[in-house]
Design a protein around this ligand. Structure first.
Ligand code: SF4
Length: 457
């Protein structure tokens, strides 16, 4: 990779590359941006390196993106606060996925990337998201202070824990929260809590925030942590494969997922990352993931990262030995997240297919042996078997691990790589009853997205 500081010739190449990328990028420009683009095109034609060198600080790069050169987002009839508020669920990096999990991908991802979000869209969306984040953090703070003032917060953690543990259903728990906190029905926090009330059969132990009691010693952070609202960057794509070839960093490398992640990941609405890894030739994805790991490590409020392992990905189908060694290499990159307790390894399999479970058991053992040898630690504490494709209801195998609701099944606004905004309802869970227990695993496809007619650019 060429660096601006690595000599005159290299710098000239990088500057020219950056200028050329600017003339090809696809996000709409303002008048000022259009005029700069015309000038840069003519400068490139006459190979006026001196001009480019002089005017380099005017050109948009990841480190200095110059949003003023680009048009504002148009939220149409929905409005910015509606889309970018607490109902925002996905800002999708791109569409298509080279893992090409034939027979498994219920998102219907095509095997090649068909569209990418321009990096500038991430810059613009980050600004809008941050405006709401600030308001939401303020709402949370006021709400918490109000609870304290009214004496509604138990004085210590164990009293609250005891009370919650004595409850029988999630409904009871939510009634308690809504009652003690006096939330109105349309309050964003109430909406957020409702996300958890997916199913009356869910047991109190499955409430997502129970685990934070183990993590924090004080009650206050427990509440703030629980009020975080996660954002996803994927639907039918693997986010770490993203890059924008027309928006470059100062060293000439393209903006990647690490850059996009750092734009929109915030404390109150962090980005949850799910990936099935990347092939060894994909150095952009590896570099991007290193940036994500750097941003997440040591940060317990981070939403975390899940590595999905399954034999349906194209590399495993064609070369299982290479797939295993690739996984080991990926685990090395992700390992710093283990200490922060925010890495999950999900070993997917389909119990309806003969041999699938056996494959998952074998590969888990291989990876566990490797982790013990390489890092002196087993993966047992942060890995689990997941029985179904990630977008179909419950990802859960009762034989191996505790229940885990599919985190990808989020309702809300989804911003697509082409700037269109769609809405997704909460999926309706449909289950079969077997031996007194309802099994939702295979009967609950995700709700289809609804077109809103809004296109942001
Ligand atoms: S990795 Fe995920 S999105 Fe990609 S093809 Fe496989 S299941 Fe679909």
């Amino acid at each position: 990779m060429l660096a601006l500081t690595s000599g005159k010739r290299a710098s000239n190449q990088v500057i020219t590359k950056i200028a050329r990328a600017f003339t090809k990028q696809t996000f709409p420009l303002t008048e000022e941006g259009e005029s700069l683009k015309r000038e840069v095109i003519s400068v490139l034609e006459r190979e006026d390196i001196a001009w480019l060198r002089r005017n380099m600080p005017q050109l948009p790069i990841v480190e200095n993106p110059h949003p003023e050169l680009f048009s504002e987002l148009d939220f149409g009839h929905l409005g910015e606060s509606e889309v970018m508020g607490h109902k925002l669920s996905v800002i999708q990096t791109h569409q298509g996925c080279y893992h090409n999990c034939v027979g498994f991908c219920s998102a219907g991802a095509t095997g090649r990337i068909t569209s990418k979000m321009p990096f500038m869209a991430y810059v613009k969306l980050a600004r809008c998201k941050f405006r709401y984040d600030r308001r939401y953090a303020h709402i949370c703070k006021n709400w918490y202070h109000h609870m304290h003032k009214m004496g509604l917060v138990p004085k210590n953690e164990s009293a609250l824990e005891k009370k919650i543990k004595s409850m029988k259903t999630v409904g009871e728990f939510l009634d308690f929260i809504i009652q003690v906190t006096r939330l109105s029905d349309i309050h964003p926090i109430a909406d957020h809590l409702r996300l958890w009330q997916v199913n009356d059969e869910m047991e109190i132990a499955d409430i997502p925030w129970w685990f934070v009691f183990k993590e924090h010693k004080r009650f206050l952070p427990v509440f703030f942590h629980s009020l975080q609202m996660e954002i996803l960057t994927f639907r039918d794509n693997d986010p770490v494969h993203y890059y924008d070839p027309f928006f470059l960093s100062e060293d000439g490398s393209p903006a990647d997922f690490g850059d996009a992640f750092r734009m929109v990941d915030t404390y109150v609405r962090p980005v949850f990352v799910s990936t099935s890894g990347w092939n060894s030739a994909d150095i952009i994805a590896e570099q991007a993931t290193r940036k994500v790991v750097d941003a997440m490590k040591g940060d317990k409020s981070s939403a975390g990262l899940r590595l999905s392992i399954k034999r349906y990905v194209s590399l495993c189908r064609t070369d299982p030995v290479e797939y295993l060694s690739n996984l080991k290499r990926i685990l090395k990159v992700l390992w710093p997240l283990v200490e922060t307790d925010i890495l999950q390894l999900a070993f997917f399999h389909d119990p309806r297919i003969k041999g699938d479970k056996h494959w998952a058991e074998e590969i888990r053992k291989e990876i566990d042996d490797y982790a013990k040898r390489e890092f002196g630690q087993s993966i047992a504490g942060f890995s689990k078997y997941s029985a179904v494709s990630r977008r179909r209801g419950l990802a859960y195998d009762p034989q191996y691990s505790e229940e885990d609701w599919d985190p990808d099944d989020k309702w809300g606004y989804e911003i697509r790589p082409d700037g269109s905004v769609t809405w997704r309802d909460e999926s309706v869970l449909v289950g079969k009853e077997t031996r007194g227990k309802i099994d939702y695993r295979f009967e609950s496809p995700m709700a289809e997205p609804i077109i809103t007619g809004v296109k942001l650019w």
